[in-house]
Write a protein that binds this ligand. Structure first.
Ligand code: HEM
Length: 465
């Protein structure tokens, strides 16, 4: 048969529908919802072993797919991103708190807001915020002097939450929100705990029912709205806006109508930045401190680098590029404990992933936690090895390592967050060591972000001692 006849007969052959992806075994009447509620991290790791590059799950009436193949992650986040929207239960619940801010919005509205926000996150602008980050960390380092001298135990996770919140408030809104930190912190915790239940519940959770948990949730939401509305009202009263993100949003005008943002839109964006900017970074810092306590060799290398580059002075933006090993430690920590541990999207039209049929309306899940620990993609995946990210090491695949996501919806604050983490660590670890407390459990809890379930009790001591 010549080539022409062969291609004609192939084209005439009826096209076979792509097969169904392997179904994860187990699951009861409601499918795998209880797996997802009770042990999501374990479920994502197990399904990879059980089913291969793509696993099909049943979530009540919905079909879901767990993706493990970097090429599929790339397709969903970049090359076919238009087909994968954020109309999922998780984002719907997040909208209760964040409205239509950058994380939760879609389409034209999202694009317009992203364009407005983007200039604030240029490297040059972020470098201008380094001093505020370091000042906040230096204040914390000063406050640690007394407890460190006693060799006291502290909750390092609490401390990182407070610090990241202060930095978010000062860099994004030029306001010290730490006076309100207790209130903001408690409300945030209450809201996020309940939020997790709303998302993981096997049945659609009626969030308006007056159960004690729901009442706590709405009380938390109201407090957060009140605090942020207060920030905006105070700024509306000023004739000139400071050069920060809130100022940028307040000055922004629609090119067609000339209209500015309403107070409601400003609140959505401000709260989004506060949540996205502080909760994630705080968790990233906490996990890094935990890992350094587990791997003293790496901790000593960080100290040696700090001594060499800084020689006892506080870091500046100019030092960020020179603190290469500290940065590698942060990158490796974000691999093992990615604060955003799961991305979810909904398919708007049929698609094919890894050769399998993904019907319109189904959910796709990409877990950074599972993919960052996949033995097919990483050697010794469970081991902490910052040298994976050394400048001369082969770069990890862009879709095998994506703590900040990829594509058009990639984190706008990725550079901001990495610089903040490196400068905070440089400021604190120049003066102190933090050791694990024997018997204190450190268990990752996959809430909206991945955080240490029982906090992070650590023993503080001065480095020179
Ligand atoms: C270690 C710290 C951080 C991590 C791991 C992280 C991770 C992520 C990830 C994975 C996304 C995509 C989420 C999705 O698709 O739903 C995201 C989006 C976002 N992040 Fe971050 N983030 C961090 C810090 C920050 C900081 C410091 C800010 C702001 C100052 C920020 C602001 C945002 C915003 C506004 C979005 C939505 C972007 C969009 O869709 O246009 N993040 N982040």
């Amino acid at each position: 048969m010549n080539a022409v006849t062969e291609s004609t007969s192939l084209a005439q052959r009826p096209r076979k529908a792509p097969p169904k992806a392997p179904l994860l075994s187990g699951g009861g009447l409601l499918g795998h919802v209880f797996f997802m509620r009770d042990d999501p991290l374990g479920t994502f790791l197990h399904a990879r072993e059980a089913c291969g590059p793509i696993a099909r799950v049943r979530l009540g009436p919905l079909t879901g797919f767990f993706l493990y193949e970097p090429a599929d992650v790339e397709r969903v986040l970049t090359t076919n991103a238009a087909n994968y929207g954020k109309s999922t239960r998780g984002y719907d619940k997040l909208r209760l708190l964040l409205g239509d801010g950058l994380v939760t919005s879609q389409g034209e509205h999202w694009l317009r807001q992203r364009r407005i926000a983007q200039p604030a996150f240029l490297r040059k602008r972020v470098a201008g915020l380094a001093d505020r980050m370091v000042d906040a960390a230096a204040d914390m380092a000063d406050a640690w002097a007394e407890p460190a001298a006693r060799g006291a135990e502290i909750d390092a996770h609490d401390a990182m939450n407070q610090l990241a919140l202060r930095i978010a408030g000062e860099t994004l809104f030029s306001t010290d929100v730490t006076g309100e930190a207790g209130e903001i912190g408690t409300s945030m915790l209450g809201v996020l705990t309940q939020f997790n239940r709303l998302v993981a519940s096997p049945l659609p959770w009626p969030e308006r029912w007056p159960t004690p948990a729901n009442l706590r949730f709405w009380r938390g939401v109201r407090t957060l709205h009140r605090v942020v509305d207060g920030l905006i009202a105070e700024r509306r009263g000023r004739s000139e806006q400071p050069a920060d993100l809130l100022g940028l949003f307040m000055d922004a005008r629609d090119p067609e109508t000339g209209e500015g943002m309403t107070d409601r839109q400003l609140r959505d964006e401000a709260l989004t930045m506060l949540l996205a900017g502080h909760e994630t970074t705080a968790n990233g810092l906490s996990w890094t401190l935990h890992l350094l306590a587990q791997y003293p060799d790496a901790a000593r290398r960080v100290e040696a680098e700090l001594d060499r580059v800084l020689a006892g002075r506080l870091p500046t933006a100019a030092d960020y590029g020179a603190l290469t090993f500290t940065h590698q430690v942060v990158q490796e920590s974000l691999r093992l404990y990615p604060p955003v541990w799961l991305l979810a999207r909904r398919a708007m039209a049929d698609d094919v992933l890894s050769g399998y049929h993904v019907p319109r309306g189904s959910l796709v899940f990409m877990s950074q936690y599972a993919i960052h620990r996949d033995p097919r993609l990483w050697s010794d995946p469970e081991g902490f090895d910052p040298d994976r990210f050394a400048p001369d090491a082969p770069a990890p695949g862009r879709f095998a390592y994506f703590p900040f996501s990829r594509g058009q919806r990639q984190c706008i604050g990725d550079h901001f967050a990495q610089m903040e983490m490196v400068l905070v660590l440089a400021t604190l670890l120049q003066r102190y060591r933090l050791a694990s407390v024997p018997g204190h459990p450190v268990v990752p809890e996959p809430s909206v972000t991945l955080r240490p379930r029982d906090g992070l009790r650590m023993r503080l001591s001065p480095r020179a001692a």
